[in-house]
Design a protein around this ligand. Structure first.
Ligand code: SF4
Ligand code: SF4
Length: 448
């Protein structure tokens, strides 16, 4: 097997750079078998080897090894990658594609002069999305702009992407609630068996604050004290755009905030958005060579858990709502491929009394992927249509997922209500019915 691996020719000087050394190691694990192509969404849609993991690996190798600035060809194919990490699940050789493509994106950001419109759009996204107050304002503006979507779409260079942005603005925006602020939420009964920090999140806290509200109620009901620390965005959004400076600044703020809580005693750092969870679990790698942050970052990553991973360790109450609702569980790519969490959410929902159905082609991305549905709207739209078709085929009453990006992306393509897994667990164990389920009231009435 060894002699079939990708041969690399990095100079010693290049390998003195730790990021390059890490990528070279990854490149050498690839045996170019091509198994990953079968589960890569962009290869499935576009049929071009350069839009497959193996093709991208070769493009990235050539770019890094040659010490070259990124070329338009490399940028085109790397930009089309969703970072869904389906290829990592499929790869028999353990190629860490995530770290490789992260390095490639950072290299592109440093060396490729994008066209002005593209650069501006990316700068605006990086300046708006991670900041809830700015994001809320932007959504209001997008709502006003929706009637002009046709005109906007005709603008040169970025028209289709601006139109996609307008499309994603929700019809109604929930009011900010307690989950948007730092604070402590004590357990019911007063005595805390466990103490956890819960990521407030940026975009999610604006679009669906009910997700964290349900998580807090569920945890408090089961004897867990929940803390919202002083962190902001976890850095995932700008990390996937290759904007290392911005993503590291966000991540450091989060690490410092959680480190202070770790000193006060913390059993876990919980995340209700699996896209964020994947990045937080990777902080240890991101800061491995930073003397001031390496240790702290590794501590934070070791404590990071998806909320369903943690809930699976709790003796959850027996359901108090008898429900015959059929739930299509949509496993986000960051959940199944990024974090390897596959069974816990479905087992929890089943234990809570729901009938859980697998979504056909469940390993294929819905097209959300952070800012991908804005930056690559045509591919994202095709993936959404494919995902929605697969979900509707199993005729569920409700869709459950663990990632805000997927909830927004899929929710734009179907009338079936979509909720977070913890909203159903909260409801089943004594919390309020999720607001999104009002639409299925007749069935629920029958179930209750
Ligand atoms: S499956 Fe793994 S080893 Fe095979 S080509 Fe893809 S990345 Fe390389
Ligand atoms: S991350 Fe997803 S889109 Fe990118 S190469 Fe891997 S499978 Fe394909």
């Amino acid at each position: 097997m060894q002699d079939q691996t990708v041969q690399t020719n990095f100079s010693l000087a290049q390998l003195a750079d730790p990021a390059m050394a890490a990528s070279e190691k990854i490149l050498r694990t690839c045996v170019h078998c091509g198994f990953c192509t079968a589960t890569c969404p962009t290869y499935l849609l576009l049929g071009d080897e350069l839009d497959s993991p193996r093709g991208r690996i070769y493009l990235i190798k050539d770019m890094l090894e040659g010490g070259k600035p990124a070329s338009p060809e490399v940028v085109r194919h790397v930009d089309r990658c969703l970072s869904c990490l389906s290829c990592m699940t499929t790869c028999p050789s353990g190629v860490h594609y995530m770290h490789l493509v992260d390095h490639a994106r950072a290299h592109i950001e440093k060396t490729y002069p994008r066209p002005a419109g593209d650069r501006l759009l990316r700068a605006v996204l990086a300046m708006v999305l991670p900041y809830p107050a700015r994001f809320r304002l932007a959504l209001r503006a997008a709502k006003l702009g929706q009637p002009f979507k046709g005109l906007v779409a005709r603008l040169p260079q970025v028209g289709n992407r601006l139109a996609a942005m307008l499309d994603l603005a929700p019809a109604a925006m929930p009011a900010p609630n307690r989950t948007n602020r730092p604070g402590t939420f004590p357990p019911q009964g007063g005595r805390a068996a466990k103490r956890v920090a819960l990521l407030r999140g940026c975009a999610q806290s604006v679009l669906r604050p009910d997700f964290n509200e349900a998580a807090i109620r569920l945890l408090n009901r089961h004897g867990v004290e929940v803390v919202h620390a002083q962190e902001g965005c976890c850095g995932a959004l700008t990390h996937h755009m290759g904007k290392e400076h911005s993503s590291h600044a966000h991540a450091k703020q989060a690490i410092d905030a959680w480190d202070a809580e770790i000193a006060r005693g913390l059993d876990a750092i919980l995340v209700t958005a699996s896209g964020c969870g994947t990045t937080i679990k990777d902080y240890g790698f991101m800061f491995r060579d930073d003397p001031a942050y390496a240790e702290k970052a590794a501590r934070v990553s070791a404590l990071a858990k998806d909320v369903t991973e943690f809930a699976a360790t709790l003796p959850l109450m027996a359901p108090v709502v008898e429900s015959d609702l059929v739930v299509a569980y949509h496993s986000a790519c960051s959940m199944q491929h990024g974090q390897g969490i596959r069974t816990e959410p479905k087992a929890l929902l089943t234990r809570a009394g729901f009938t859980v159905k697998e979504v056909p082609e469940g390993h294929i991305c819905c097209g959300s992927a952070g800012t991908y549905n804005i930056l690559q709207p045509e591919i994202a739209e095709k993936l959404r249509a494919r995902k929605v078709g697969n979900i509707e085929r199993i005729r569920p009453d409700v869709i459950a997922t663990g990632n805000i990006g997927c909830a927004t992306q899929i929710g734009k393509g179907t009338a079936i209500p979509i909720v977070h897994t913890v909203e159903l667990l909260d409801w089943a164990t004594g919390g309020p019915k999720p607001a999104a389920l009002e639409a299925v009231r007749p069935r629920l009435a029958a179930a209750e």
